[in-house]
Write a protein that binds this ligand. Sequence first.
Ligand code: FAD
Length: 549
Amino acid sequence: MTKRRVIIVGGVAGGATCATRLRRLDENAEIVVLDRGPFVSFANCGLPYYVGNVIQEESKLLLATPKLFRERFNIEVRTRNGVIAIDRAASTLSVRDLETGREYSEPYDVLVLSPGAAPVHPSWPGIDLPGIFTLRTVPDSREIKDWIKEKKLRRAVVVGGGFIGLEMAENLVHLGIDVTIAGRPNQVMPRLDPEMAEYAKQRLESRGVTLALGDQVTEFRQNGDGSLIVHTQGGATYEADLVVLAIGVRPETELAQDASLEIGERGGIRVDPQMRTSDPRIWAVGDAVEVMNRITGQWELIPLAGPANRQGRIAADAICGRDVRFEGIQGTTVCGFFGLTVAYTGASEKALRRAGMEDYQYIYLHPDHHVGYYPGAQAIHLKLLFRKSDGLVLGAQAVGDEGVERRIDVIATAIQMKTTVFDLEDAELCYAPQYGSAKDPVNLAGMIAANVLRGDVELAPWGELNSAGAFLLDVREPNEFLAGSIPGSVNIPLGQLRARIGELPQSRKIWVNCGVGQRSYYACRILVQHGLKASNLSGGYSTYRVLHP
Ligand code: FAD
């Protein structure tokens, strides 16, 4: 039997997974991994924590070495070997050995591309000044660490408020550095809906991070002492001794493009569900490829380690003739900083709108992560999106100090299994006082949404608060009401509602709110059964505060 020769370009998340899976399926294949960097299989997700000295030894970031690949998997790994061209007609690669400068040709029967995505590096004036860094590789993180050590710096500007930017901000603050986060979007974590990002904003500000959002950085200049000035379109300037650019990544498609492989509408390599490119002998995986969003059906670029790993495995299976499919992506993400966890899965409201999907509804809730009577209960702020017509779960975003990622993981699985809010209502999840509640936040989300779909309660649209002309009723206790309330609302505590129902207008819309939406739901049930037109302001005053920060 002739040996199949598989060459894999890129030896980190997608490439390394593909290589080792391939070996488990095909003991005979000749497998070569080429990576232009000095390491393979390194933990890029750990890099911000290495900069911040949370991870102290660089070696901890190196998950596998070429020696381990050779000895354990009989895979040849060549680091510092960059692929510079693909000759599809000849089935060869041109490779440059970056140590010696030698160029050579490497034949393949099957080619897998996993070159990843490069940090966006715009051509703004001054972008190449010393002290401005991006973070993708171990050497990048080493350079930032050396700069911090050498300069004993005080001020940093992180450009970009996505998860890498926020993780960098936290780590720099831990090192005693004053951090400003700058960027064009007027919220951090741009994939979140803005009101959910507000919690992240508040936590960052409470830890001394300056947010300079909604203003495009345009230029960097240098002071006489070598420090930097960051200029923005709005005319603001920020002094910095270090700038980290974290404004996103772009798929590394040059090899694929030069070889005339199909590139998709979002600029990533286009692949079929088996991760095969437009050339049947070339596969592509990871950050370099476009993926189909499971919810919106749109092509997207979603650079995440989990999908890259899964795609690497699927490509290996497909190469070995197995009937596998990558079913698309839902973008399940978690990020933590200053004790806060932010996680989301599926579609946000803005993604649904962008996709022209109007058949959706959403609710807010703010349950404790475990029962309130057990010490240490912390609120989880949760937004659940679902299809109005049948309750299909479309997406969820959650923010809080504890238990956030567990709830999003459950909902992520529910979305993957195409389940409905009625299934969330019924989900049997683990419970003991220190872990959750007999009605877990996921159950509660399902119950609230199911109540809406069954017609037990109507939701008042927050967006029309000031225009709908509704009578605003607040059913909290007077002390809560006095501490802060929606302007124009009238306070009748829930316990007095039945007795004071005559004070309410008979024919006007009544929009009810409380602390988190539970008492107002009870109130709505009372009022509706008395023939009044009551609707619930989902999430109550807690939601109001992030909608009107
Ligand atoms: P990569 O892992 O980037 O690997 C690509 C490799 O290909 C590189 O080593 C590169 O040197 C090599 N290469 C490229 N072109 C060539 C060429 N022409 N010849 C030879 N070699 C080449 N994701 C998460 O899900 N959670 C996180 O917490 C998270 N944190 C992150 C933090 C940071 C700082 C970074 C940078 C990324 C983070 N990610 C995270 C994203 C995640 O690391 C990527 O989605 C994942 O690594 C993508 O895998 P990949 O195989 O497509 O590309």
